[in-house]
Design a protein around this ligand. Structure first.
Ligand SMILES: [Zn+2]
Length: 219
């Protein structure tokens, strides 16, 4: 809105038809969400066999800062248009949400979307997901992913909230509703221990890569 560009990172194989989208920082003060996003991406770009296999098979698009003006201005929830961007994913009245939507729609034209993650912060760690009975493709990703995070971080509950009546104006509602993909809001507590934040983000990325490589040719 002030003309500050939104950053987009392309990781992996851009000519792959298998697409994954990660977004973050719709809400300015949610710094732990940004930290978790950065830690997550560290694992995806790591020099490990798993990460190399993932990057060969998938094209990951990361838009880590959707509200740069709000961050600069020190806003609490809003962009410069006085709108909570994560309540604008039906009206698309704001330039930020329109720009990101258009990037995602263009990716869809190039192949198949597998997953969207949206990083936030709140009072505690919680993953907002679709309920298991909501059809999504690939199927069972969410339940397996959260189980994998718990397995990789012993003692971590990986709390899940799966409302049958989600807020219909959020990014994840839009992505699930439009594409039928699992679309998950990854919330990290404002005061979550930073070592735990990093362990969980690495575990979440590694489990995502393992599952998606396994599911890459499934319907
Ligand atoms: Zn938020």
């Amino acid at each position: 809105m002030k003309g500050v560009p939104l950053i987009r990172l392309d990781i992996g194989n851009p000519s792959s038809k298998r697409k994954v989208v990660i977004i973050g920082r719709q809400h300015p003060p949610e710094t732990t969400g940004s930290m978790a996003l950065m830690r997550f991406i560290e694992s995806v770009v790591a020099d490990s066999e798993q990460a190399r296999s993932f990057r060969e098979a998938f094209h990951l698009v990361v838009m880590p800062l959707l509200n740069p003006d709000g961050v600069d201005a020190g806003h609490w929830r809003h962009n410069l248009g006085h709108v909570d961007l994560n309540r604008d994913w039906n009206a698309f009245a704001q330039p930020e949400t329109r720009a990101v939507r258009d990037q995602i729609l263009a990716l869809k034209e190039q192949g198949r979307l597998f997953l969207m993650l949206d990083f936030h912060s709140t009072f505690r760690d919680v993953f907002y997901t679709q309920p298991d009975e909501a059809a999504s493709s690939p199927p069972n990703f969410t339940v397996r992913w959260l189980a994998g995070i718990r397995r990789r971080v012993p003692g971590y509950t990986a709390e899940r909230s799966a409302s049958p009546t989600p807020t219909p104006t959020t990014s994840t509602y839009w992505a699930h509703h439009t594409f039928g993909i699992p679309a998950i809001t990854y919330e990290i507590g404002d005061n979550t221990d930073r070592t735990l934040l990093k362990r969980v983000a690495h575990a979440a990325a590694e489990e995502m890569m393992e599952l998606l490589v396994e599911m890459k040719d499934e319907k």
